[in-house]
Ligand binder design. Structure first.
Ligand code: SF4
Length: 367
């Protein structure tokens, strides 16, 4: 299959691994931003092909994982109101809030439905005019365009029973926050290819320039990742900074301008809380005034929602790359995919889930 097979070619992977071993002369730490990249690294054993002196740490690029507990609590509270249908992508249903998750609310009678597209939620609203239909809209720049389109569509249809509970987050402010943190150890980044397919590469230039770091926009297959790592290490070894595009088969400098326009039409930038990290200035999207009527925060009384953060789950440290999932005392002991104590163990892009799922493969191959 074009654009897949050649990026899973073991020969190319081995050649890149050899080139990396020859290139590196000292220790370097890179962060892959995206949870999808983390899963590929673990699934294909990319980390085992690296020189020991190249350390990969995993970033906050899992939208489910960074959704704050308070928002999960709000979604559960809304779902339990009479006459409400709460719609969400499947991953969100099992993410623990303070006391419960959405699946528990569903088992207790709340009308919680899994959808595959925000437009499915609009259709549900059309078919259920006597119900309030809420879509739990989380995600990075990749999911913002379809979520914005759902709001536009609801507006066109003049649906008064549709709203979204939005927790959109943006990658560049998160990179800035990580680099500004006193405990930062990251010297270069693999940026997420799919985010840059929408947003282009331009907005990473000021970051690379200000912090004098390499940022390589990278895809998701093992050869993509090894190429991205090779480019970043080559830049570090040469003392160079700047943005490079490994994922040129999908990413352009300007990105998808039409998608960006629909994001700007419906959303505006706001401060946003990230789970375990706190508020990052100008790191989220909220509805523009013209579409404020579709904001579930305004439609429902959420003043009674109280949130208590877990004292066990160390998701914040995992999402900042300062703690490996296996270093969390709960990992595999009291926390596993069947009984997750935190979002990173639930999500298909969560680092803890990746280590749990593929760590056994790594141990087996090491035996
Ligand atoms: S292993 Fe579980 S408890 Fe520990 S950080 Fe990951 S999700 Fe949280």
């Amino acid at each position: 299959m074009k654009f897949v097979d050649e990026y899973r070619d073991p020969e190319r992977a081995r050649a890149l691994s050899k080139a990396l071993h020859e290139r590196v002369t000292r220790p370097w730490t890179l962060m892959e931003i995206c949870g999808g990249q983390t899963h590929s690294i673990m699934r294909y054993g990319v980390d085992q092909l690296l020189p020991e002196s190249v350390r990969l740490v995993h970033g906050p690029g899992c939208p489910v994982c960074v959704t704050p507990t308070e928002l999960i609590d709000k979604a559960i509270h809304i779902a339990r109101q009479p006459g409400v249908i709460l719609t969400s992508f499947g991953d969100m249903l099992r993410v623990p809030g303070t006391r419960d998750d959405l699946l528990r609310a569903k088992s207790e009678g709340a009308d919680v439905r899994m959808v595959y597209s925000p437009l499915d939620a609009v259709t549900i609203a059309q078919k259920n005019p006597d119900k309030q239909v809420v879509f739990f809209a989380v995600g990075f720049e990749t999911t913002a365009p379809p979520n914005a389109m759902a709001v536009v569509r609801a507006h066109q249809l003049q649906l008064s029973n549709f709203s979204i509970l939005a927790s959109h987050v943006l990658v560049p402010p998160a990179i800035r926050a990580l680099l500004d943190a006193p405990d930062n150890i990251v010297q270069g980044f693999l940026a997420a290819g799919h985010v840059c397919t929408i947003m282009g590469t331009r907005e990473y230039d000021p970051l690379a320039e200000q912090y004098r770091i390499p940022i390589v926009v990278t895809g998701f297959e093992p050869v993509d990742l090894l190429q991205g790592i090779f480019l970043a290490i080559t830049a570090l070894e040469a003392g160079q900074s700047g943005v490079q595009n490994q994922y040129a088969r999908s990413v352009t400098r300007d990105g998808n301008v039409t998608a960006q326009q629909v994001i700007r039409k419906v959303f505006r930038v706001c401060d946003r809380a990230w789970r375990g990290i706190g508020i990052i200035p100008r790191s989220g999207l909220e509805l523009q005034d013209d579409y404020a009527t579709y904001d579930a925060n305004r439609r429902f009384d959420l003043s009674g929602v109280t949130t208590v953060e877990s004292t066990v789950c160390r998701a914040g440290e995992v999402l900042r790359g300062v703690l490996r999932p296996t270093e969390c005392p709960a990992f595999g002991v009291t926390c596993n995919p069947e009984n997750p104590l935190g979002a990173p163990m639930v999500s298909s892009e969560g680092a803890c889930a990746a280590y749990f799922r593929y760590g056994k493969l790594h141990r087996k191959s090491a035996e």
